[in-house]
Ligand binder design. Sequence first.
Ligand code: 3H9
Length: 692
Amino acid sequence: MTVTTRREGNVGYVELDNPPVNAIGLSVRSGLLEAVYWAEKENLERVIVSGKGGMFAAGADAKEFDSAPVEPHLPDVLNAIDESHIPWIAAIEGVALGGGAEIALACRMRIMAPKAKIGFPEVTLGVIPGAGGTQRLPHLIGLANSVNMITTGKPLGAQQALEIGLIHEVDEEPIESAFMVNSEALGCIVPARDLPPAAHDAEAMAAARERLQAKSAGQIAPLRAIEVIEQGLALPLEEGLAIERQAFLELRSSEQAKALRHMFFSERAAKAPASLTAKPVALEHVAIVGGGTMGSGIAYALLNAGLKVTILENDNDGVERANNNVESIISASLKRGMINDAAATEHRERFTATTDYAQVSNATLAIEAAYESMEVKREVFAALEKALPADAILSSNTSYLDLNEIASSVTDPSRVIGLHFFAPAHIMKLLEIVRGEQTSDTALATGYALAKILRKIPVVVGVCDGFVGNRILARYREAADTILMDGSTPWEIDEAMVEFGYAMGPYAAQDLSGLDIAHANRRRQDSTRDPARRYIPIADRMVELGKLGRKTGAGWYRYPGGAGRVEDPIVADLAIEEAHFAGIKRVDYTADEIRERLLLAMINEAADILDEGIAASASDIDLVAVAGYGFPRWRGGLMGYADSIGASSIVGKLEQLAKEDAVVWKVSPLLQSCATDGLLLCDVQGGGTFSA
Ligand code: 3H9
């Protein structure tokens, strides 16, 4: 039974009991409807609905969204609650989200615990509220507030919900409080449906649409939500609900909703597997080697999670730089209201920067974030081995280097693991956990435990140049540079990718990270690069000219006075010049052709990564692409997107391109076999490191 009922005097108590989040699936819907009939039959004075386990309800069960809807439908169940002559009270602990919040809207009264949250995150799943949210909410909190809640999907805390009139009361014990509500007062509460409709506000709606255009370009659900809310203002509730239902059902089976569900469940699946039974080391004190941008960002993330952090540096200048870097993140977070004064003081107290390795003698984890040189890393690991306890885990934040070689610099390589953070490390959600040949289960469990503490998305990857993310990035940039050489400008390429859904294109992004990093990497790869592979020299010329990106005021774009970026005709000329030297007749690529080439290059490489077992699954690659590299979430990640095109179509396109360059566009064997066997990439299990 996922819904239980009991009678206490004249009061009915209905409890949702569908762990872990009381998702509203078929049995909950049926149970609720029966509860309505039961309460009426028992002629109760009121009904209190709540959720077991300190959780009201996380919304409709999204696992049901892939099949046809089954009766009783949630809107009908909620209409029954709304129209019942017995008033229902929602006593909300934990979260009331989506359909959960809609249950609360159908109740006469809503009482929330101070720490509870209420919201409508449906747009994050590519749908809109489909059980009255778009129709009942505006009656309660007005048009602008409703549009804001529904189009952003951001939940509100109890106090905020009270202030805007969404709920009636905040109480530490909402269930007890619901029992105590004065019957007369309860009878005086006007149900949402009977309140006057919200007034239309054309200006606010135009502003909301503009905001969405800037923030959620390409996404259908938020705009559709505004449309449905607006339509409902002029209609009786039943008609508004019918329009809402139709829009919800259409969106539920859309490609975007499918893609977002894929991402939602992939994110939830990213956690330590049950088969990993080893215990992580206890995490209290962590040593970080290097206090540059990456090291200090990692340090702040760890401080924020309550850990003690010591940054190790080479000399006093390094110590000063580390102190300044960490302090500037603490102050910026304080200024933005992300932490309060007390937290800032605590962070400072738990942080030290030093040259003295003896100060980390009780650290159980070390994260090396030093210069990307094998020689440096080997020296650092040898020093860490001497300084930390023998069972401490030693990790490297290397983006490209061979973790197995790094591990060979210590006596026990099973202690070594890669923890690849993404800049800014205190903000970016992704953590690539690199499993070396000898990495122990304890080290792996520690990587997962750290990700959990930091609330990051862990993705375990195998050892190769660039692991999953940077290996795909290298192909993305290679495809972009080839197009740049052969016909386009950086801004045309960037615009094509922004139109696809990236927040910025590859050149604007590289200006942010700095052109020198990729340059150093290319030099490292010089000796192993396939001589048959075409090499595009434009980025090297940029570095020779000192155009390293934003930090030098110019990169692929110019940044006059540190302000916004402007196109730089010198860069376009440079590409034309290099093409001329190479005897290339430049062509005009359309935005579609640009997008196709960049995306195919990434998909092809990702398929190899999966085939080689560098990633365990296609959805892990999707997490990396979305959480680490800005691939649009609503496209379902790189592999989810590839599956929406289909392997045989992808192979056909790659074969066409291979006529231009057989080395670069060599079709991945995995794509070939998916095309032949009609398989989805998302159904393929990674081989290599991850094969059973
Ligand atoms: C909707 O409501 C439509 C209606 O308007 C109209 C209907 C007609 N469905 O996140 P966690 C699972 S659309 C199915 O790790 P946390 C999740 O997969 C819905 N399963 O925990 C995981 O399973 P597993 C609108 C769900 O404590 C487990 O629960 N609602 C759902 O970090 C634990 O989840 C939303 O978009 C679901 N709706 O966070 C809310 N939700 O253990 C989505 C969770 O097998 N949910 N699961 O991996 C959330 O935001 C978070 O899960 C929540 C808990 C904050 C509730």
